[in-house]
Design a protein around this ligand. Sequence first.
Ligand SMILES: [Zn+2]
Length: 221
Amino acid sequence: MRGKLTFGLLVGLLSGCQAIPSMQTPRKATVARSTAIISPNPQVRACLADLGSKSAGFTPLPDQYYGAGCSTVGTVKLSVLKSDRAELALAGLGPVTCPLADSLAGWARYGVDRAAQQILGSPLVRIETMGSYSCRNIAGSPRRSAHATGNAIDVSGFVLADGRRITIAGNWADKSPQVQRFFVAIRQSACKRFGTVLTPAYNAAHHDHLHLEMSGRSYCK
Ligand SMILES: [Zn+2]
């Protein structure tokens, strides 16, 4: 809610400033600050509008370049997502690119929450993560990870309305058929929405999280 207001306010400030030609010096300072936060990139702006229409709570972040192939460009800080009937809390998440936030919003609502309701009998209330932006390489590789540009999220667990907590580390090998069906369903949904999905089945480095990344073409392991 707060993020939506912030976004609306910033867009209002920006469009208002554009509508009124430079009449006063103080307004120029406002334009410069707003432009730094609301990306001039039309694709990012369209994505932010789309994310707002999904009732996600978020704040657009200023573009930053950290050198060595690490940056956060066109990113947002997500504070809350929405399910069919309630708000979904998020834990541990840093800056994420807007398209990734948009895909996460869809996966949380139509993939995870609905699977939780239909298979586990209780709606989702919280998604736990191990973070998003991190200036690092792919493990064991000289290549920069998608995390180095805020283009990947590591999801570690889910909390349901009845208090149950399902984690990747603790429940991926769970013998419960319901829990297994839940993981199959959310994995299938993730593979449709993200370019790259890595699970504990991929390698030992992913034993405790689902790596969700925008880049890649339906690479799903
Ligand atoms: Zn990851």
